[in-house]
Design a protein around this ligand. Structure first.
Ligand SMILES: Cc1cc2nc3c(=O)[nH]c(=O)nc-3n(C[C@H](O)[C@H](O)[C@H](O)COP(=O)(O)OP(=O)(O)OC[C@H]3O[C@@H](n4cnc5c(N)ncnc54)[C@H](O)[C@@H]3O)c2cc1C
Length: 425
């Protein structure tokens, strides 16, 4: 039986129901593989529209990236607006960029509508480590405003001191529509809402085989589900179940640590307004406070999702560089999780064999986009596929180097971008 990884989130999980193992042959309208945010958002949006949904989860609800992430509600894809505008035709770019803010609104609506207790806090900062990054943030603000996000404030180096207790940054962009959450508790709240609407969820029920057809059937070790539509939402944890959707993306690991609870005074010194922070580097660091005043700090990428030998040894120096006040502080939790990287760094949504949909590849920023994905899927299955198709029309490429060399090649590419960040070029 696969349990949650030993994280701060698993240690502070809300009381919740245990979901059964699938031990039957069932039928439904839509069967969803994976109970992360992609699968849960899909199931919830579909159940709200009256679909009979079944979610099959290999381990526990929120077992994957969803229950391990930094909890940052980031209003962007993993590509900035200017890159999207340059890369895609005007109609597609316009459609993609006008949806950029929607995921965070969906999260706030769900929290309110289903009364989900998940420590929601408003406000996120993108911090600049050099003046080039600060100039880029100014451009980004203008770009976002063209698509309707007017809740942004540029903060100078001096102004930023009221938000983050460090002198490593030279400015920031404050997004008042960003914020942070306890992601595992959000996922559990969404699961509860799905059940409340008549949906079914099964845990410890790994899908091992897909039988394609006019009504696809998925098989687990102890049961099966026949559906009108199948949704693959296993992201970096999907493995070889559907090679067609995995061959243009690579799983990557990223690590998180959580300190012991800090004194209120120290927590307020680090983040006086309790906003979350992510920096502008290609290999970025991100951090925030938890509701019990721990600093939760994440960053770095391990291409190919190998487990590093010591997460603390990797992460502590980064944290202490930003906050020397935390030198030697006890670290209570360390964990790792996998996200799915695409070559374009845009998410991969699509459909094959007419009735098998997939949602994956958020490339590190998925808390908001997974929620958008579920809404778009529900729109597509009710005859309004235009917005889903804006994503599905994006071309995706295999990483250079083939199966054998794509991981070292990608790591070399990232090292180059990392160097550019350090040299501010
Ligand atoms: C450490 C870390 C920190 C992050 N921080 C942030 C952040 O702060 N902000 C942000 O926006 N994004 C962040 N991300 C990215 C974000 O968490 C992900 O993009 C998002 O959670 C992906 O959700 P998902 O549902 O697509 O995949 P997952 O949450 O990984 O869920 C996939 C689920 O599918 C299940 N599954 C797989 N195969 C099968 C099968 N065959 N049968 C049944 N079930 C199956 C898995 O067990 C898993 O539970 C972070 C990611 C990581 C790893």
């Amino acid at each position: 039986m696969q349990q949650h990884t030993h994280s701060y989130y698993a240690a502070t999980i809300n009381n919740h129901r245990e979901f059964p193992v699938l031990q039957d042959n069932l039928e439904c309208d839509v069967c969803i593989v994976g109970a992360g945010f992609s699968g849960l958002s899909s199931a919830l949006h579909l159940a709200e529209k009256g679909f009979r949904v079944i979610v099959l989860e290999a381990a526990k609800v929120g077992f994957g990236a969803t229950g391990r992430n930094g909890g940052q509600i980031v209003n962007s894809y993993s590509r900035d607006v200017d890159v999207i505008e340059k890369r895609y035709d005007k109609k597609t770019a316009n459609s993609l960029c006008s949806m950029i803010m929607e995921g965070s609104d969906i999260i706030r609506d769900l929290i309110q509508k289903y009364d989900i207790d998940c420590d929601y806090r408003q406000g996120g900062l993108f911090t600049a480590l050099n003046y080039k990054q600060f100039a880029d943030l100014k451009d980004q603000k203008a770009n976002w405003e063209r698509y309707g996000n007017n809740d942004l404030t540029l903060l100078s180096e001096d102004e930023l001191r009221d938000y983050v207790g460090t002198d490593v940054y030279c400015g920031a962009l404050l997004d008042n529509r960003g914020g942070h959450i306890h992601p595992l508790n959000l996922a559990l709240g969404e699961a509860e809402a799905i059940v409340g609407l008549g949906g079914q969820i099964f845990e410890q029920s790994t899908v091992t085989r897909i039988e394609k057809g006019s009504q696809p059937v998925v098989h687990t070790a102890t049961g099966s589900v026949k559906a009108q539509y199948l949704v693959l939402a296993g992201n970096a944890y999907l493995g070889d179940l559907a090679p067609k959707v995995s061959d243009k993306a690579i799983p990557c690991g990223t690590q998180v640590i959580a300190t012991k609870p800090l004194t209120k005074a120290l927590a307020e010194e680090l983040l006086p307004k309790n906003h979350c922070v992510e920096d502008c580097n290609y290999l970025l660091d991100y951090f925030r406070l938890t509701s019990d005043n721990r600093l939760l700090f994440g960053g770095g990428v391990v291409y190919g999702a190998r487990q590093p030998q010591s997460i603390e040894r990797l992460m502590r120096p980064k944290m202490e560089h930003i906050f020397p006040q935390l030198e030697g502080v006890d670290i209570d939790y360390t964990w790792t999780g996998n996200f799915l990287l695409t070559y374009s760094r845009m998410p991969q949504f699509g459909c094959f064999d007419d009735n098998i949909y997939y949602l994956q590849g958020y490339s590190g920023h998925g808390v908001t986009c997974t929620h958008l994905a579920g809404r778009l899927l529900a729109e597509a299955l009710t005859g309004h596929a235009e917005r889903f198709d804006a994503f599905a029309s994006l071309r995706h490429f295999t990483f250079p180097g083939g199966r054998r060399f794509q991981i070292p090649f990608t790591a070399i590419g990232a090292a180059w971008y990392n160097l550019r960040d350090k040299l501010a070029i």
